[in-house]
Each structure stands twice: as structure tokens, then as C-alpha cells.
Write a protein that binds this ligand. Structure first.
Ligand code: GCW
Length: 723
């Protein structure tokens, strides 16, 4: 009997710990674990021994609550809030509320802040050193509070801290590709967070935790619905639900946007047309805007995918993107709303190189949009590939605010199974020099609006969030959400800094853990490029779901959906000639880059086959032939994933069993899939190159036919058919 009881007890303890470990994943980078170092603990206990934090407004209450939850967790004792400013050790308050004597001490810092910025500073006041968190606005206070907690989680020395920070980009916005049936297009972390069925009454705790996580990295807007839009979300039944979400998010400084289906006036408005120049249509949108703002006074606006991949748009009526965007902009303008108009366009009726089409179509519209329109452009000219040169519209559009669209969800980077630290990719694009206003005209400067002094600056990230217990499917995919937010706040941060912050707040402050794991994160992006799309290869993914390799696919209805269109492998060689002897996509870049990209010798090898069709025995910088070079890159990618596995193995002592196991299992799948990519691609390309695999490249253990026969009708991320 006694033994039995012990077994029961052990089992209960075991299940409780498994459960709570899963809940640890749920907490993201806001774990607020107990601080281990005694000295740090003591210095923080002194710092917060008496906290003055008058609230009285929703945003401030949320900030104060965050502090009231986090501090006891980290310090092991309750926090004392005081009404007595003069005796407090930590003062958190808006600048205009502070006594003059305190204002004077931070005036210069505050003057340099924008409306969302904050100051965290140690100042001498009443004969002692105190810490001050201040800002011009309530939202600045919220961001400052999160930053303070972030620094504490990283055990930073706060005695003498002096930090002033403001976001460099106005609109830091997540794009959810969430459908009303809760499926998520290209979503690999379960179903949509938005439980439309239970809204508006039922407010899931996840909405609040989602908002906290976003606010903690400065994300200030969210588009709730898929760009492949459903007009129903604009009907009163859904708007009531959207209103409930907007109410939660408002308290965290997050504005709600919706996707607007261009044909909505017909589908839900009973009109015969959606022609943007038709007066009734214009009136319909104006009334719709009025109706939305009556419910949601701080509604952000519309995100629109028009005349792209079958979505309706102004061209259905012989009008253009400017007509469509400006019509919606006029409707939103009286209420302060924006139109975010996507430039992801390419047509099956146009046989121009797909990479050129968006530039060709949008450049003539530069300067023609109303001032509340932002044109949103994907980071590359094709489609969120593991690596692409920056989209030539960056820097070329000079009089139009241009938003960067990154994809956080890993449609082409191993879904939520592969560990890929995306800030490396994002930063490579942001650091790229467009040369459009001379050297130093980086994409980051275009996006933050500083190069051309744009009225609005914006960075969008296609969300990787779903209702999985850990939000993002892969625990390390949380770092991509975090990293997107940090870069939208400051596009000049380094990948190293971001990885380090995330590791320290998510896992551990132990250097012996951080250094190797950070290294693993920083190389993971190059690894995925190597084992999927080395040397500028792109879009060789299997049909539709984009899961796994499909370089052989040649039977899709549109030529530019077929991988063979992109790699153009034949007996002579491989690659897409985009130079002046080919599609001439290079001419869309500034002259300096055009020249560089026109010559394979001066094209960075990472973009070689993006711009050039080259013979199999073309000599690479390493001295290897192109064929050998491709094969060795694929092998290198696999080897890098093996190293990632070994690195994780070594990290075991620093992790709980659950933390260790979940990533270990995922890394093993990643290794298996990296080999699959290498084998399938090399066997297929070998049918053209007719050359043996070079030394050091493992022989595939299956035949090309076996790889070609694989089918995945239920791969995630594609909209299910309910009938
Ligand atoms: O890459 C493609 C995706 C589509 C997506 C589209 C877009 C929302 O495969 O699923 O549709 O991009 O960005 O509009």
C-alpha cells in the first residue's frame, strides 16, 4: 500500500512537472524566473524597495500589473508600491506628472524622445540615488516598464543606468494570415488564436498574453485577418468581435487593422460593382469606415491584397492600384486610418520575368498615392525564399511610404519544424545598400523613412503564431517573433544582440549555455540556405504546400509557379539569366548594382544563380566547378544541422528534461529533412549535369523516383476543405 502511494505521488509530481514545463514555453521571453545571483538579487531588491507608480489609466495599469507580477517572481518577495514619491527608490511616471526638480534631471533625454520612447535613468534626488522610468506618453511608460523588466531578466547592472530609447519605425505590425474558420494560411503552429465563435463575450487569456508579448518588444499594430480576405469580417456580426479584441489590445498600445476584400461592396453591400470610381462604391466604403470607427475609434485601417493571385482589385474594372488605394484612403482619412496596399503582384497573362513585375507595375505610381497610403513590399522580388536579393522597389520608390514585409512564419524555411533564426535574414536585407541616393542608402534607411523623409514608416511581419501551447510550434520560432519586434523597433540592431537577449530571457543567463547556443542560432539561417537553395537557387519547393523539395515540378497551371521556371537547369548549366542578356531584371537596381549583378565575376556568390545561367563547369571562387560547388553546399548544410544537434546535446546540463527533449526531437527531424533536400535536389540536378558527386558528399540512399513520388496531401498551412 505504501509503495503504491509513493508511485501515485511520483506520478502526480511527474505529470505536474511536465504540465508546468509546457506552461513555461507558453510564457515566451516573459518568464521572470527567480534571480539566482545573490548580488544581483540584493541590488534589485534595493532598487525596488519602494516603488512610486501612480496609474489610473488602462495602459498604465497594465504596466503596473506587469511589474507587480514580475518582481515578486524574480525577487521572491512582494513589491511595495508607495504613494510617497519623495521616499521612493524607483519612480515610474509620465514626464508631465513629475515634480520640477525631477523633470530637470531628465529634460534633455525626454526632449529627444518621440511619443513612444522612454528613459530609464539613475538620478541623484533628495540626497540619494533613485531610478526613474519616464516618458512623454502612457505607452512610453509601458514600453519603459517592459524594458526595465527585460534588463532585470538579463541581470544587467542597473546601478547608474542611463538609457533613452525610441522606436525608429512608426508602424510595427504583425500580419496574421488567419481565416475566419480559424485555419491559418502558411500557419504551422495550430489554429488561429482568434476564437470568433466565442467572441465578443469570451476573452481568452491568450489575447491578453499575446498583447503583453507584443508590447514587450514594441509591436504596436496587428492585422487580424488573411490578405486572401473574406468580406464577412466587415459585417456587423464580426465587427462586434473585432471590437472586443481591439479593446484588449488598446491597453497595450496595439491598434487593430483588418484586411479589406476589394469586392466587399458586392459581396456584403449588395452593389453591382466594386469599381473604385463609382460614387456608390465610394460611399459604401466611407460608410463602412464610419461604422467601424464608431465601434473602434483607434482602428488602424485596411491591409489590401488586390489583383494578386486571384484576389479582386481595381483592375477588374479597368482601374489601377492608385485608384483603388486612394478610394479607400479617402474613406479612412477623416478618422485617421491608413491603407496598406500590397505590391505582391505578378500576372499569369504577363510572361515578363516574375521578379520584375511588381517594380514595373508600381514604379510609375510613385508619388501618386494619398498621404495615408503605404505600399507594402516583400523583402525580395519573388516570395520569401531562404535567400533573395532585396526587392528593387526599396530605394526606387522615392515619394511613396514603403513598408517592409517580412515573413516570420517559415513557409519556405522548414515550417515550424526547422530551427532557423530569421533575424539573420531580416538584417541581411536591411543592411543591403540600394545605392539609390549614393552609397549608404541602405534598405533600413528606406524603411525607417529617413532616406526620403517619408510621412509614415512601417515594418510588417507575417505572423508565425497559432494556438499551440508554445505559440509558434518550435520553441526557437519564438525568437523570430521576438526578433521581428526588436528590428521593427530598431532596424539597426545586430542578430547577435537579439539572439543573446532572447536566450537570456527565455532560457538562461549562463554564458556557458548562451555562447554555443547563440552560435547555433546565428549559423542556422546559412544552414537552411545551404541545404535548400544554395548559391542563389530559389523556389524549388514542392507544389502548393511548399513542404520539401520539388525542383522537378513542371506541370502547374502558371509557368511562374513551377520550380523549373526558376532554376532552368539543362545540359548546359543552371540558373536564371536576369542580366542584360536575359530578363534584364538587373536594370531595376541602381547603376552600381546593375553593373555588379550583370557580371557573374562581381555578383556575390550567394546570388549567383539568381542572376545568371552558368555552365556546370563554371569556376567558383573556391576553384571548384559549379556542379561540385552546389553539391558541396548541400552537404555543408547537412553537416551544419549535424553540428546543431551536437551543440544541443552539449547544452543538456543547462536545460530541463522537457526543454532539452523537445528541441532535440525537432533537430532530428531537421537533420532528416536536410538530407532529404540534399539527396533529392542533387539526384535531380545530376540528370542534367551528368557528373559524379564530388568527394565528401554523401551518396543518396534512395532513388530520384522515390523522392519524386512523395505526396503530402495534408501538409499543414494550406486551407482545409471542410466539405
Ligand atoms: O507566397 C505566397 C503564399 C500565399 C500567400 C501569398 C501572399 C496569402 O504561398 O499563401 O497568400 O504569398 O503573400 O499573398
Amino acid at each position: 500500500m505504501k509503495q503504491f502511494k509513493i508511485v501515485i505521488l511520483l506520478f502526480t509530481l511527474y505529470t505536474a512537472s511536465v504540465k508546468s514545463q509546457h506552461l513555461e514555453d507558453y510564457k515566451l521571453w516573459l518568464k521572470y524566473g527567480r534571480i539566482e545571483s545573490k548580488t544581483v538579487l540584493q541590488s534589485y531588491a534595493d532598487l525596488v524597495s519602494q516603488v512610486y507608480f501612480p496609474a489610473g489609466n488602462e495602459v498604465l495599469e497594465n504596466a503596473k500589473n506587469e511589474l507587480a507580477t514580475a518582481l515578486p517572481n524574480m525577487l521572491g518577495k512582494p513589491v511595495e508600491f508607495s504613494k510617497n514619491l519623495a521616499e521612493s527608490t524607483l519612480i515610474i511616471d509620465r514626464y508631465d506628472q513629475l515634480p520640477n526638480a525631477l523633470q530637470k534631471l531628465i529634460k534633455e533625454d525626454v526632449d529627444n524622445l518621440n511619443d513612444e520612447g522612454y528613459v530609464i535613468k539613475t538620478v541623484a534626488y533628495n540626497d540619494k540615488n533613485i531610478s526613474l522610468v519616464s516618458a512623454k506618453t502612457n505607452i512610453g511608460i509601458l514600453y519603459g516598464t517592459f524594458r526595465l523588466l527585460n534588463l532585470m531578466q538579463m541581470n544587467e547592472d542597473l546601478a547608474g543606468v542611463s538609457l533613452a530609447d525610441s522606436p525608429k519605425i512608426d508602424l510595427r505590425i504583425l500580419n496574421h494570415w488567419d481565416n475566419l474558420d480559424r485555419s491559418v494560411e502558411r500557419g504551422y503552429a495550430g489554429f488561429s488564436l482568434w476564437n470568433w465563435q466565442k467572441l465578443p463575450e469570451y476573452i481568452d487569456q491568450r489575447y491578453i498574453d499575446y498583447a503583453r508579448a507584443n508590447a514587450s518588444v514594441g509591436i504596436n499594430a496587428t492585422v487580424l485577418t488573411n490578405v486572401n480576405a473574406n468580406a464577412l469580417v466587415l459585417t456587423p456580426m464580426y465587427l462586434e468581435k473585432v471590437e472586443a479584441l481591439a479593446k484588449v489590445f488598446r491597453g497595450y498600445g496595439i491598434k487593430v487593422y483588418l484586411t479589406a476584400r476589394f469586392s466587399a461592396p458586392i459581396e456584403i453591400g449588395n452593389l453591382k460593382t466594386a469599381d473604385p470610381l463609382n460614387e456608390e462604391v465610394q460611399k459604401w466604403w466611407s460608410n463602412k469606415a464610419k461604422e467601424i470607427y464608431a465601434r473602434i475609434p483607434d482602428f488602424g485601417g485596411f491591409l489590401v491584397k488586390a489583383n494578386s493571385e486571384g484576389q479582386p482589385g481595381p483592375q477588374n474594372y479597368g482601374r489601377n492600384h492608385v485608384d483603388g488605394a486612394n478610394m479607400m484612403a479617402t474613406a479612412l482619412k477623416p478618422f485617421g486610418g491608413n491603407v496598406i496596399w500590397r505590391a505582391f503582384v505578378y500576372s499569369e497573362h504577363d510572361d515578363t520575368d516574375r521578379a520584375k513585375q511588381a517594380y514595373d507595375e508600381f514604379l510609375p505610381y510613385d508619388g501618386k498615392f494619398k498621404d495615408n497610403v503605404v505600399v507594402q513590399v516583400k523583402n525580395g522580388a519573388i516570395d520569401f525564399q531562404p535567400r533573395e536579393p532585396f526587392h528593387p522597389l526599396f530605394g526606387a520608390l522615392k515619394e511613396t511610404p514603403i513598408a517592409m514585409e517580412f515573413q516570420i512564419t517559415q513557409e519556405y524555411l522548414g515550417f515550424s519544424t526547422h530551427l532557423v533564426f530569421l533575424p539573420k535574414l531580416f538584417i541581411e536585407v536591411l543592411e543591403a545598400d540600394t545605392y539609390q541616393k549614393g552609397p549608404g542608402s541602405t534598405v533600413a534607411k528606406v524603411v525607417d523613412g529617413s532616406l526620403y523623409n517619408n510621412a509614415i514608416s512601417a515594418m510588417a511581419g507575417v505572423s508565425n503564431i497559432g494556438n499551440d501551447l508554445n505559440w509558434t510550434g518550435h520553441p526557437f520560432a519564438q525568437a523570430n517573433w521576438y526578433g521581428f519586434g526588436r528590428l521593427a523597433w530598431n532596424p539597426y540592431l545586430s542578430a547577435d544582440e537579439i539572439a543573446e537577449e532572447w536566450l537570456r530571457t527565455t532560457y538562461s543567463n549562463d554564458k556557458k549555455f548562451i555562447e554555443p547556443i547563440k552560435e547555433m542560432m546565428l549559423t542556422s539561417r546559412e544552414a537552411v540556405v545551404n541545404y535548400m537553395n544554395p548559391l542563389g537557387l530559389h523556389h524549388i519547393f514542392d507544389t502548393g504546400h511548399h513542404y520539401g523539395p520539388g525542383p522537378w515540378v513542371d506541370n502547374l497551371s502558371r509557368p511562374d509557379w513551377n520550380p523549373v521556371y526558376y532554376h532552368k537547369a539543362d545540359e548546359n548549366g543552371i540558373g536564371f539569366d536576369r542580366t542584360d542578356t536575359g530578363s534584364n531584371a538587373t536594370e531595376q537596381y541602381a547603376p552600381f548594382l546593375e553593373k555588379k549583378f550583370n557580371d557573374p565575376a562581381t555578383t556575390p556568390e550567394m546570388f549567383l544563380l539568381w542572376f545568371h545561367h552558368l555552365p556546370w563547369d563554371y569556376k567558383l571562387k573556391s576553384g571548384n566547378s559549379l556542379w561540385d560547388g552546389i553539391a558541396l553546399k548541400y552537404q555543408k548544410g547537412v553537416d551544419q544541422v549535424s553540428t546543431m544537434n551536437a551543440t544541443w546535446e552539449n547544452a543538456k546540463p543547462f536545460l530541463t528534461a522537457h526543454e532539452y527533449e523537445e528541441v532535440k526531437m525537432l533537430l532530428q527531424i531537421q537533420l532528416k529533412e536536410a538530407k532529404w533536400w540534399r539527396n533529392a535536389c542533387l539526384l535531380y540536378f545530376q540528370t542534367f549535369s551528368k557528373r559524379p558527386l564530388p568527394k565528401g558528399v554523401e551518396q543518396p540512399n534512395k532513388s530520384l523516383e522515390e523522392y519524386r513520388s512523395l505526396k503530402f496531401p495534408f501538409a499543414p498551412g494550406i486551407r482545409p476543405q471542410w466539405n
